[in-house]
Ligand binder design. Structure first.
Ligand SMILES: *Cc1c(COP(=O)(O)O)cnc(C)c1O
Length: 396
């Protein structure tokens, strides 16, 4: 069975993890900083903070920005649950934005629409999702966001290694040139695997400090930050060696050295992984051409370089006269795994209960047609032709 996505683990990745197992520190050691330094370099951001998952990264940023009750966070409806849930974790309201029906991306227009809709909370932030690896129109979204005084966060979980153009400059995804932060996931289906893991990149020194603190229970050991001087310092003025302070509770969202060693080893292969994903995507584009307009690739929008997390085909199941479930089942019988990314989050029971009347036709139209085909570096060229040929048989 070919899965829709999977990790590529090689002997040197295994050796990197084994080295940590033989070392002094399984967590809190040097592998964490090494991975953060490498990630900051890849994303051209001054700070990279690794954590337990992409979900934790989004939650940490929501905390770090001080979002909370009374605030609203605009989130496109076509994304993974975690993008929206991060706002709920801190007590903020989620305001769903519609998406372009063909790219699945939030646009400046759908952002405006969401901001104009009467819903709970005062909009304070917007999370742009680089869906499938294709970058959102950051120039357009930033214009709208800045006009409304919103902080922009990038959910870059699909887009490691991609890039977008802003103010005439090519920015690697993660550089967050005019966003507060970008969040990454290193779940095994993503381009770089840690097992479980995530990261935040940012140019904002204070935000980097805050998310580091919230990653570790809200603790600080920095004497300059201590407020309870009588208990923090001895009579000579030296900080007590055991002492730490917590001004606000955080979480244990740390990533272990085992995970970070794997992440660093994988990150060194990003260019090779991406080149392979790109080549396979181009092959899919050609192989699916004969089936247009029933099957079409996602149109390429304003992205500069695509991170190619997913290869999504838009299939007109209505015109085809077959349900998506039936097409997926026939592919599965032929040994081909596919997936749907995503059921629009505003349709989840939890969010429906909060806003039963919302309708987002772009999200529904995208959802009705999307099907993620197998895409991962170890997929061989022949498999692409086999997927296309099988789809062709199903269509005819
Ligand atoms: C994978 C993903 C996340 C969450 O990442 P985890 O590491 O699985 O917690 C968040 N947003 C998007 C768009 C994702 O694809």
């Amino acid at each position: 069975m070919i899965p829709y996505g999977r990790h590529t683990i090689e002997d040197d990745d295994i050796a990197a993890v084994a080295d940590v197992l033989r070392s002094e520190a399984l967590t809190g050691g040097a592998a964490v900083g090494r991975f953060e330094t490498a990630l900051a370099a890849v994303s051209a951001a001054p700070h990279a903070v690794v954590c337990a998952s992409g979900t934790a990264a989004l939650h940490l940023v929501a905390m770090g920005l001080g979002l909370g009750p009374g605030d609203a966070v605009v989130v496109p409806s076509v994304t993974f649950l975690a993008t929206a849930n991060a706002a709920r974790y801190v007590g903020a309201d989620v305001r769903f934005a519609d998406v372009d029906p063909d790219t699945g991306l939030m646009t400046p227009e759908t952002l405006e629409e969401a901001l104009a809709r009467p819903s709970p909370g005062r909009p304070r932030a917007v999370i742009a999702v680089h869906l499938n690896g294709q970058c959102a129109d950051m120039a357009g979204l930033l214009t709208v966001a800045e006009r409304h005084g919103l902080t922009v966060v990038e959910d870059a979980c699909h887009a490691l290694g991609g890039a977008y153009r802003l103010d005439g400059i090519r920015h690697p995804v993660g550089a967050a040139p005019r966003s507060a932060a970008a969040c990454f996931s290193f779940h095994p289906v993503k381009t770089v695997a840690m097992g479980e893991g995530g990261a935040i990149t940012t140019r904002d020194d204070a935000l980097a400090d805050r998310v580091r603190r919230f990653r570790n229970h809200g603790m600080t050991r920095d004497p300059g930050a201590f407020t309870e001087t009588a208990q923090a310092f001895d009579p000579s003025g030296a900080a007590n060696p055991w002492y730490y302070e917590m001004a606000e509770p955080g979480f244990n969202y740390r990533a272990s050295d085992l995970h970070c060693a794997l992440g660093a080893s994988q990150l060194a292969k990003l260019d090779r992984f991406l080149a392979r994903r790109r080549a396979l995507a181009a092959r899919y584009d050609r192989a699916l051409e004969p089936f247009a307009p029933l099957v079409r690739p996602i149109p390429r929008g304003p992205t500069e370089d695509d991170g190619w997390h997913l290869y999504v085909a838009l299939i007109d199941f209505a015109a085809l006269g077959q349900t998506r479930a039936r097409v997926m089942e026939r592919l599965r019988v032929a040994g081909i795994g596919t997936q749907v990314h995503y059921l629009p989050v505003h349709r989840q029971p939890y969010y429906r209960a909060l806003d039963p009347d919302i309708t987002l036709p772009g999200a529904d139209a995208y959802y009705a047609r999307c099907l993620s085909l197998p895409l991962f570096p170890d997929l061989d060229d022949g498999a692409v032709e086999r997927v296309a040929a099988t789809l062709g048989e199903i269509l005819s």
